[in-house]
Design a protein around this ligand. Structure first.
Ligand code: GLV
Ligand code: GLV
Length: 338
């Protein structure tokens, strides 16, 4: 291979591997056992010559790494994620490195997890499962695990871009939808009642179930804080499949303690892989380890898209999909790029 390409992690499927090696690339896949690679680990991987890197959302792609990649002759970096809060795009630009991400292929999978957490939280499924396994079930009772009926309730979506809009389409069981942020119509489908909120506070006050789908940047850091939690309904459900720091997790733990009927479904955390103290003890929280995009089709599609981003740039084309791209590259009916 003429071009040296590094993937900081093994990724699902083989299509992405074949794509690269069929096109003159010598691919090196880091198989270190360590889950999260440090900046130093990645500098060592980049070495003296490296044309492009496929990296992960757990890695800190800033000045240090982009200058190292640039010194090694690298021109392309792709995050294997749609979110790119771990990437300093300005630093990449400064060092002449193009950045790609992997939108589109994970839209439906991520929305499906948010919908699953919504229903699971409403019907207390995880709590009930734990109860059953602990051998505590000794007969049907009128009060046992009474939860919320979603039909007829108002679902709030904050950040109604690709993922939030797909989630909204799945949640039509609730009948009323209140969105804040740009709403993308999927296949022309519309909820029975759909209102655009003028402010985020309106969604927080009125919705019975709220799902968060913004990107993480300076404007959305701690978007959900103590004050905003306090205006939500006492029995509301909050779902977060975006990025952990969008929610002030310490304030959330306090809120869960003070409001036992308030429930959350969380896929992401402020200091992954850690949870803030107390969260793991809260019965009114469902917590899963950042698995929103974890379906086979999606993860293979993300790997393929990341490889195409890097390959395209190396071959002299514009980066395949980049963080500034507004329109989805793929929609839910498209296969992963071949
Ligand atoms: C996953 O969290 C992603 O941003 O793709
Ligand atoms: C519950 O199982 C019922 O029959 O109402």
């Amino acid at each position: 291979g003429k071009y040296r390409v590094i993937s900081t992690k093994p990724m699902p499927g083989t299509r992405w591997i074949n794509l690269l090696i069929d096109q003159d690339c010598r691919l090196e896949i880091c198989t270190q056992k360590k889950t999260i690679l440090s900046v130093e680990d990645i500098i060592a991987l980049i070495g003296e010559k490296c044309d492009g890197v496929i990296g992960q959302l757990t890695e800190d792609w800033g000045e240090v790494l982009f200058s190292a990649l640039s010194r090694a002759g690298g021109k392309a970096f792709s995050n294997m994620a749609v979110g790119y809060n771990n990437v300093d795009v300005n630093a990449a630009t400064k060092y002449g490195v193009s950045v790609g991400n992997t939108p589109g292929v994970l839209t439906e999978t991520t929305a499906e997890l948010a919908a699953s957490l919504s229903v699971a939280a409403a019907r207390r499924i995880v709590e009930a499962d734990e109860f059953m396994r602990a051998g505590l079930y000794d007969g049907w009772l009128p009060h046992l695990f009474v939860g919320n009926l979603l039909k007829g309730q108002t679902v709030g979506v904050i950040g109604a871009g690709r993922i939030g809009s797909a989630y909204a389409r799945m949640m039509v069981i609730s009948l009323t939808l209140l969105t804040y942020g740009e709403f993308l119509k999927a296949n022309g489908e519309q909820p029975v009642t759909w209102k655009r909120a003028a402010t985020m506070e309106e969604v927080l006050r009125e919705a019975d179930l709220i799902s968060l789908h913004p990107i993480l940047d300076k404007t959305t850091y701690h978007l959900i804080n103590k004050e905003r939690l306090s205006i939500m309904k006492k029995e509301a459900i909050l779902v977060n499949c975006s990025r952990g720091p969008v929610v002030d997790e310490v304030a959330l733990v306090e809120h869960l303690k003070e409001n036992p009927m308030f429930r959350v479904g969380l896929d992401v955390f402020e200091d992954e892989p850690y949870m803030k103290p107390g969260l793991a003890d809260m019965k009114n929280a469902i917590v899963v380890p950042h698995i929103a995009s974890a379906s086979k089709w999606t993860r293979e599609g993300m790997a393929t898209l990341a490889a195409l981003n890097v390959l395209g740039k190396i071959k002299g084309y514009p980066i395949w999909s980049n963080p500034n791209q507004v329109e989805p590259f793929l929609n839910e009916n498209s296969p992963p790029p071949a």
